[in-house]
Design a protein. Structure first.
Ligand code: AGP
Length: 602
């Protein structure tokens, strides 16, 4: 369990705990802070062979050992771990207090644990006479009262060797091992024990022991399990010689980008091919609008997709924050294709938006890095990124691989319409060169680290870029703020003069992203406006760009390339810059404060 928790720590890391079934009742240990605190407290022997554990990202209640999971029922019979949010927990809690149950924590999860205990006691005679498993029945019955989302695992003192799990809205995976079975919210937590997994669906309940399992729905229908083989190389989730996962993942990009392209070009190398779109070329030609949905970094990938698809395929594209789309009730055309981008495939805002689009009858596609994730399974078709597991909370290789997939999608859709054979061949050539070009940029690591040293003390920073560089500016600002806690803003360079220019001073440097192209000289003019106000300038540009002497305080150059791949190339220095600034400031780059890798609550 501790190994699993460590592998899951990127999902939440403010406190953790375990509960183990023993003959003397449930033995529980919880600690505030990282899993290592829990490990120290536990010593060598957990004292049992059945247990549940959790590493928390706080939603309801402060970060304390008491609010950490597992939670136990006030009669001590049940222990539960929970991901998600029980929206009606206040009413549930009041009801249970009236019935004599007491509460130790401020969490919504404890209410569900006590509700299970309540049903267990209440239904005793009825269920025994019906020959049913009381433990299972009381979990099922309680779940029928839950409004909200959950991925849970529960143990009961009266049922040695039995574990019950259930999901709705939050991921839950059953691992089938040798002489042991496991439950986890992410395959990454169990691949060191087994590669055989069953992805549970919403409203399913799994009842397991070390050598058996059965899946039913909350309303008691039996479910046939589909066993998948996870083909992950477990070393992919280990640090190796790197200091941080973020560093490792930045340096893995030549490989992750190569993997995203493998086998995905046509024989004549003039277009991309995708196996899982589940849409014929005829159907794709009828699409007259594409709506992209995502959150955070993945949303920035969507903005790149907007530029690329409109430019090369001439299809109008809209980009929405998934969390906004779901409740906005936007009117959409019937020939709209909805594309969700998500590294984890479990982000609840993106999943909610995808479900809303499906409910309205739109065709949906997912661009996703986690095979078997909920978003991948629920969309009508999709493209896997094949970037390998991303552990660092700050997304790096997943971002560039999403952009790569979007560039290939733009090429594919373009070639179904008006993009010429010759233009297609040029683009394929440009895409194939990217891994080597990224390798070249990574060689500037020391140069970028030296720049980061000079700029790590500033508390504000602007990232400015035009056209395709605008989303990269947004991503640069997000990277810097999420791992180094520096206030940073991304803007279209020309927008700066409409307000943000007021921030420019000696105390606020600007990162300019400028590539050779039609807006290059206009970007330089924007940089001059910064210079004139004594703002320092870090210029990230393509080789061969004519940057006037003395304009930039620092310069990083990336190889000249076809415009379709420039967003990928320009992302690399931006990632390295924020990584090194965060290191200089002594920040925990892989586990930045307040964040979690995949956000499975709304
Ligand atoms: C990126 O650095 C962030 N940690 C975050 O914005 C992330 O991209 C977002 O939460 C979406 O995650 P997803 O791609 O797994 O859906």
């Amino acid at each position: 369990m501790l190994e699993g928790l460590k592998r899951l720590e990127y999902r939440g890391y403010d406190s953790s705990g375990v509960a183990v079934w023993t003959e003397n009742g449930i033995k529980q240990t919880k600690r505030k802070g990282r899993v290592v605190e829990l490990e120290t407290a536990l010593g060598d022997d957990l004292g049992g062979t059945l247990g549940i554990s959790h590493t928390r990202w706080a939603t309801h209640g402060d970060v304390t050992a008491t609010n950490a999971h597992p939670h136990t029922s006030s009669d001590g019979k049940f222990a539960l771990v929970h991901n998600g949010v029980i929206e009606n927990y206040v009413g549930m809690k009041n009801f249970l207090i009236e019935k004599g149950y007491s509460f130790k924590s401020q969490t919504d999860s404890e209410a569900l644990c006590n509700l299970i205990a309540y049903h267990y006691t209440k239904e005793e005679e009825e269920q025994e006479s019906a020959g049913k498993n009381r433990f299972l029945e009381s979990v099922r019955k309680s779940l029928r009262h839950v409004e909200g989302t959950y991925g849970i695992a529960v143990i009961c003192t009266d049922y040695p060797g039995e574990l019950i799990g259930a999901r709705k809205g939050s991921p839950l995976i059953l691992g089938l091992g040798k002489g042991e079975n496991l439950l986890a919210s992410d395959v990454n937590a169990i691949t060191h024990c087994t590669q055989n997994v069953v992805y549970l669906n919403d409203n399913e309940v799994v009842h397991l022991s070390n050598d058996d399992f059965a899946i039913t729905t909350v309303s008691c229908q039996s479910v046939e399990a589909v066993i998948h083989q996870v083909d992950w190389d477990t070393s992919e989730t280990e640090l190796g010689d790197y200091k941080h996962f973020m560093e490792k993942e930045i340096f893995e990009q030549p490989t992750s980008l190569q993997n995203g392209m493998r086998g995905r070009f046509s024989d004549d190398a003039s277009t991309a091919v995708f196996g899982g779109l589940n849409l014929t070329p005829q159907e794709l030609r009828q699409i007259d609008r594409i709506l992209f949905l995502a959150c955070g970094t993945a949303w920035h990938s969507c903005l790149v997709a907007e530029y690329l698809i409109e430019r090369f395929a001439r299809i109008p594209v809209e980009v929405e924050y998934a969390s906004e789309f779901r409740y906005r009730n936007a009117p959409l055309d019937k020939n709209t294709l909805v594309v969700a981008i998500s590294q984890s495939g479990e982000t609840i805002d993106t999943l909610g938006a995808l479900r809303e689009a499906k409910r309205k009858g739109y065709r949906t596609l997912a661009i996703n890095n986690s095979v078997g994730s909920t978003i991948a399974r629920e969309s009508d078709g999709g493209i896997y990124q094949h970037a390998g597991p991303e552990i660092g909370v700050a997304s790096t290789k997943a971002f560039t691989s999403q952009i790569m997939i979007c560039a290939m999608l733009a090429l594919y859709l373009g070639r179904l319409r008006d993009l010429s054979y010759g233009d297609g061949v040029e683009i394929v050539k440009a895409l194939k060169k990217v891994p080597a070009q990224v390798e070249q940029i990574l060689e500037q690591n020391d140069h970028i680290a030296a720049i980061a040293k000079r700029y790590s003390k500033y508390e504000d920073c602007l990232f400015l870029g035009r056209q395709l560089m605008f989303p990269i500016a947004l991503e640069g600002a997000l990277k810097l703020k999420e791992i180094s806690y520096i206030h940073a803003e991304g803007y279209p360079a020309a927008e700066m003069k409409h307000g943000p220019i007021a921030l420019i001073s000696e105390e606020c440097p600007s990162v300019f992203l400028a590539t050779n192209g039609e807006t290059f000289h206009k970007s330089l003019a924007n940089a001059q406006e910064v210079k004139a106000r004594k703002g320092k300038i870090i210029c990230i540009a393509t080789e061969g760009c004519d940057i006037p002497e003395g304009l930039a305080d620092e310069t990083v150059l990336v190889p000249e390339a076809h415009e379709i791949v420039t967003p990928i190339l320009m992302s690399i220095p931006v990632q390295l810059l924020s990584y090194h600034v965060a290191l200089e400031r002594g920040c925990d780059v892989d586990k930045p404060r307040n964040l979690a890798k995949s956000v499975t609550v709304e």
